[in-house]
Design a protein around this ligand. Structure first.
Ligand code: HEC
Ligand code: HEC
Ligand code: HEC
Ligand code: HEC
Length: 463
């Protein structure tokens, strides 16, 4: 039917033929990837099959619904719009395409979000960095690059193309490992395994003075104090908090950092040991399972060799999780109050010289809370550090509030209006985020652009 309409109307025909060819004709890079995929599937069938199985890990948690206080702490940034726990690698591309965080294409003349958001989702990111230069890539918009993405987290993200040999294709990761004196080439295979995960499961920021390229802030080292020192000496902030005016720091999934200081790391137990266990195929040959998934599913194959009692380990993990969760809830509750108390002080006429101490304490407390909150599996990877982070965050936010209390007294402010954070909806309302509007705009963009012009992997799980 479409063909008939096209035939009868001359101009429309021209335009439509062009757009139809564009949608159906894969790019050279897409063809190359398809050929590679056929060849690797043949060459390494068991690894390939288990890699495909990350598509079975569909579940995730809406973290803003579970922890609405985070909406207030992240107000002024896109993290306050949508934030989910991670799920299987097969969803990496589709999830970043569909999240409200990455929004819609910017209006003409606006800068929009950097293509750097693709860096840890697809091997097309390092490919494009090679083609366009690192800053050439990061200077592009997120949505502009969408059509170029043909694959989810893939063999070539961790291996030399076509081989079992491990590789670190992301330049930011090469740089980072050199900064902490662990250059990839000089490591044994065990550490190389952890570093391939550390390309993505690591904290980073977009470097504004370098076209928003991904940078790992490890010049002084990679613990919370070292990274804070890096940011503080540069007077860096991700955004100014709209309620308290705090220059905010944001952590992103520092799993590598936390693991690297753990007792398990000391004992040579890496991400691979626990999340990619050795297993056997139908012929009884052993291979590495590429179904990167929950470690506790493999207690018998993995943990048992060192820990006899599953019951004891589960109960230790449950206890660690409960303690860390309770501390995080306490810190975030107090941080919400601190942001609003600061707002009340500004409203009453406080000035920077008076506010500086309290605002810096909010910044430093929230940074520690975030460095714990954003680290998935912290209670299992390094509970000691998790506890220490939140204990210090608690001291810092208490200090901020004592200081703010004195300021509010000086200005004779009798009461502060705190927001209702009992639900995701009430917290969103408090900071003026209109979820329905954002969702509608996103749906329109998906329908009109993604569904028509982007590859299958960008839609995975959303059809
Ligand atoms: C997220 C990183 C990652 C991805 C993606 C990945 N691998 Fe691996 N692969 C590893 C690690 C780590 C090892 C274990 C290396 C070691 O300990 O020697 C490994 C081992 C292997 C081996 C050696 C034999 C074995 O089973 O231990 C082969 C072959 C292999 N992978 C093929 C593939 C293929 C094919 C794909 C894509 C379908 C793939 N890998 C995707 C990280 C990855
Ligand atoms: C190219 C970037 C990249 C690499 C390399 C990578 N990951 Fe991931 N990983 C992700 C992203 C992105 C997600 C979240 C995907 C989503 O939620 O859509 C994720 C999710 C996960 C999850 C959650 C799975 C679930 O079902 O809950 C685990 C566990 C994980 N990764 C472990 C690892 C390990 C171990 C390695 C190294 C062998 C590794 N990852 C390498 C990007 C990467
Ligand atoms: C001693 C085993 C062990 C080591 C080593 C380890 N993990 Fe984990 N990890 C766990 C456990 C246990 C959990 C809690 C949930 C689960 O996987 O069962 C977890 C959780 C996670 C999660 C969150 C999964 C989710 O869906 O919420 C990610 C992501 C992750 N680990 C990545 C890594 C990375 C990357 C490394 C290496 C830098 C690593 N892990 C090292 C055992 C380990
Ligand atoms: C190669 C040995 C090894 C493997 C495999 C291993 N661990 Fe461990 N684990 C250790 C060591 C060593 C410690 C530190 C013991 C200590 O300091 O008392 C430890 C400590 C722990 C602790 C803290 C124990 C406590 O009583 O507080 C937990 C929890 C834990 N491991 C969970 C796991 C899980 C879950 C797995 C499998 C996914 C696993 N481990 C695999 C060696 C291992």
């Amino acid at each position: 039917m479409l063909v008939n309409v096209v035939k009868t109307v001359g101009l429309v025909s021209l335009l439509c033929t062009a757009c139809l060819t564009q949608a159906s004709e894969p790019s050279a890079a897409a063809k190359e990837q398809a050929a590679r995929d056929v060849s690797l599937k043949q060459k390494f069938p068991v690894q390939y099959k288990s890699w495909l199985e990350t598509s079975e890990q569909t579940e995730r948690e809406d973290m803003l619904a579970s922890y609405p206080a985070a909406i207030i702490l992240w107000a002024g940034s896109s993290f306050a719009k949508e934030y989910n726990s991670p799920r299987g690698h097969h969803f990496a591309v589709a999830d970043v395409t569909h999240t409200l965080r990455t929004g819609v294409p910017p209006k003409a003349g606006d800068k929009g979000l950097s293509a750097s958001c693709w860096t840890c989702k697809t091997p097309d990111a390092p490919r494009l960095m090679n083609e366009l230069g690192i800053e050439g890539f990061s200077a592009k918009n997120f949505t502009e690059v969408g059509k170029e993405v043909n694959s989810v987290v893939y063999c070539t993200d961790c291996h030399v193309d076509g081989k079992a040999e491990l590789a670190l294709p992301r330049p930011h990761a090469q740089d980072a490992m050199a900064k902490v004196h662990l250059p990839f080439d000089k490591q044994n295979n065990n550490m190389k395994g952890a570093q391939v995960c550390g390309q993505c499961h690591v904290t980073y920021y977009f470097q504004p003075e370098r076209s928003n390229k991904v940078n790992i802030p490890w010049i002084f080292g990679n613990n919370v104090d070292d990274i804070e020192k890096y940011y503080d000496t540069r007077r860096f902030y991700e955004w100014i908090h709209p309620i308290s005016q705090t220059p905010i720091l944001k952590a992103r999934h520092p799993e590598f950092e936390h693991w690297s200081r753990s007792k398990h790391a000391e004992a040579g137990v890496t991400c691979i040991t626990c999340h990619m266990p050795e297993t056997t195929d139908e012929q009884g040959n052993s291979f590495t399972s590429h179904k990167v998934s929950k470690a506790l599913n493999h207690f018998d194959e993995v943990c048992q060799s060192c820990h006899k009692s599953e019951k004891k380990i589960i109960s230790a993990l449950d206890k660690n999780k409960a303690t860390i969760d309770a501390k995080a809830r306490k810190v975030e509750g107090l941080l919400v109050k601190a942001h609003y108390e600061a707002a009340a002080a500004w409203d009453a006429g406080a000035t920077w010289p008076v506010m500086n101490d309290a605002i810096m304490a909010i910044r430093h407390s929230q940074w520690r809370w975030d460095f714990a909150m954003a680290s998935h599996g912290l209670y299992a990877h390094n509970p000691e550090e998790g506890n220490a982070l939140l204990d210090m965050a608690l001291r810092q936010v208490k200090y901020a509030r004592t200081s703010l209390d004195e300021i509010l007294k000086k200005f004779d402010v009798k009461s502060v209006n705190y927001p209702d954070i009992s639900s995701k909806a009430s917290a969103h309302a408090a900071v003026g985020i209109e979820l329905e509007k954002l969702t509608e705009a996103k749906k329109k963009f998906i329908k009109e652009d993604v569904d028509k012009n982007w590859s299958e992997v960008t839609k995975y799980g959303y059809e």
